[in-house]
Design a binder for this molecule. Structure first.
Ligand SMILES: [Zn+2]
Length: 274
């Protein structure tokens, strides 16, 4: 690629946006004096919660789709990048509910809830973006695709898996979720298994499969998505619902709905890595 100063600025900007979130501060240990005054049952319950470290040693990449400021940076997000053997726009603006609640905000909120749940189980979480802001754009799909790969940005060990979170913008009448995995021959076949775990966990939590695409299976393979094509780790993308549908939109806008989506995704991660 012929690198112009503008591209360098764009790349640096994307890199800043894509910097993984800092690990949280470890909670300070409870002073010993507390232990004497806390009822034994409470101590036992607390220690049980603290030992649910089923994801300790695991690294999970979460990709919250789009960025709230994308529409304000058309030149940057329309720049073509490698999407795995084809050229595609760096990123897109994403959709929104009829009342204007942005997909970028929905994906961000679910990602933050998911990050919290995974960290509570001991996982290390890497995000493809670490903020949701009208003043930011990107990162591009090539970065979203490669983040977590062995060797990319100095990563010595590949991350265990990646979940890319989206909301769809289909015709108003259609509802429900669908999972997308790569259809590329020779790509990571484990992605299909991860995708089936995501579908099973969403089924189990009472979310309905898409009524408007994927033939009722809630599962499709695609070959045109850089986020999937460039990933060398098991990766599933999920359109959690149709933001243009009033019933889906209600769930997708609510904090309770967002946590329920996140819980389903946490279940899928645990099931896949078990
Ligand atoms: Zn999207």
């Amino acid at each position: 690629m012929h690198v112009t100063p503008a591209v360098v600025v764009a790349l640096v900007g994307a890199a800043l946006v894509a910097a993984p979130a800092q690990a949280p501060q470890a909670p300070s240990p409870t002073p010993a004096t507390h232990a004497r005054t806390t009822p034994a049952a409470v101590v036992a319950a607390l220690s049980t919660a603290a030992t649910d470290q089923s994801l300790k040693g695991r690294t999970i990449v979460i990709d919250p789709g789009h960025q709230l400021g994308n529409s304000r940076f058309p030149r940057k997000i329309n720049r073509l990048v490698d999407a795995g053997g084809l050229r595609k726009a760096c990123n897109t603006t994403g959709t929104a509910t009829a009342s204007g609640y942005a997909e970028a905000t929905f994906t961000w909120r679910v990602a933050v809830a998911l990050r919290k749940q995974l960290r509570a189980k001991g996982a290390t979480v890497v995000m493809t973006r670490d903020r949701n802001s009208r003043r930011l754009w990107g990162p591009c799909v090539d970065i979203r695709g490669k983040l977590g790969n062995k060797g990319y940005r100095g990563r010595e060990r590949a991350a265990d898996l990646k979940l890319s979170i989206h909301g769809d913008g289909a015709a108003r009448s259609g509802r429900g979720f669908h999972v997308i995995v790569t259809g590329r021959r020779g790509a990571v076949v484990r992605s299909a298994r991860l995708g089936r775990e995501v579908r099973a966990a969403l089924d189990e939590r009472g979310f309905r499969r898409s009524t408007y695409t994927a033939g009722g299976r809630g599962f499709v393979r695609r070959t045109d998505l850089g986020t999937l094509n460039l990933s060398r780790i098991p990766t599933a993308m999920v359109e959690l619902g149709n933001m243009r549908n009033p019933r889906d939109a209600r769930t997708m806008r609510s904090a309770a709905g967002q946590r329920r989506y996140a819980r389903a995704l946490t279940t899928a991660v645990e099931a896949y890595l078990r």
